[in-house]
Design a protein around this ligand. Sequence first.
Ligand code: 5GP
Length: 210
Amino acid sequence: MSSREDGVMIVLSSPSGAGKTTLTKLLSKNNNYSISVSHTTRKPRNSEIDSKDYYFVNQEKFKDLIKKNEFLEYAKVFNNLYGTTKSPVIDNLKNGQNVIFDIDWQGAKQIKEKGLGYKLITFFILPPSKDVLFKRLSNRDMKDKLIVEERMMQFNKDILHWVDYDYVVINDNLESCYNEVNNLIKSEIGQLNNSYDVEFIKKHIASLVN
Ligand code: 5GP
């Protein structure tokens, strides 16, 4: 059972390349939120550190964790398995620590459906346009044209999940996106009104799905 002193769960999802990982790190650093470190079967990128960015594990270990019912949620994303283990999250929440999750829509859905009894705030982060997304993906560590194309195709599917989130925020400029998410979290925690404009978001979605 949750109490007023329990931490809050903050989920950030986005189609690949919308800048959510940077945003997650910034929110965590400035507010002392604990980042939920996922397990994945994906190979580490050059800059990534094991146990900090992810717990990098093989398929066997991942399947073992599934069998032992250790995951709060898990999903297959771009042919790799990703999952959030339960106990560190629950421990943090019970200690009054807010926890932030950088997970995809499948994981967000599973956490929502679990109904853990802790306050949950979900955000879907979107790029300002398809052109900007294409440039961001091309400049990332994936110089491979095929991967960029694959992620652009996936974007058209992923964006449809915006309806499942509490808030959709556009990441045009990192600082203003950060401020918007931060203000929305503060308003939710303090149960204050906010200026979220769903009609504006609907128009933006329409421009991205064309
Ligand atoms: P990347 O491989 O680029 O780090 O992440 C690919 C996608 O997997 C991102 O959308 C990221 O949010 C998602 N992801 C990372 N960790 C988890 C997790 O534990 N569970 C789920 N469902 N998705 C995750």
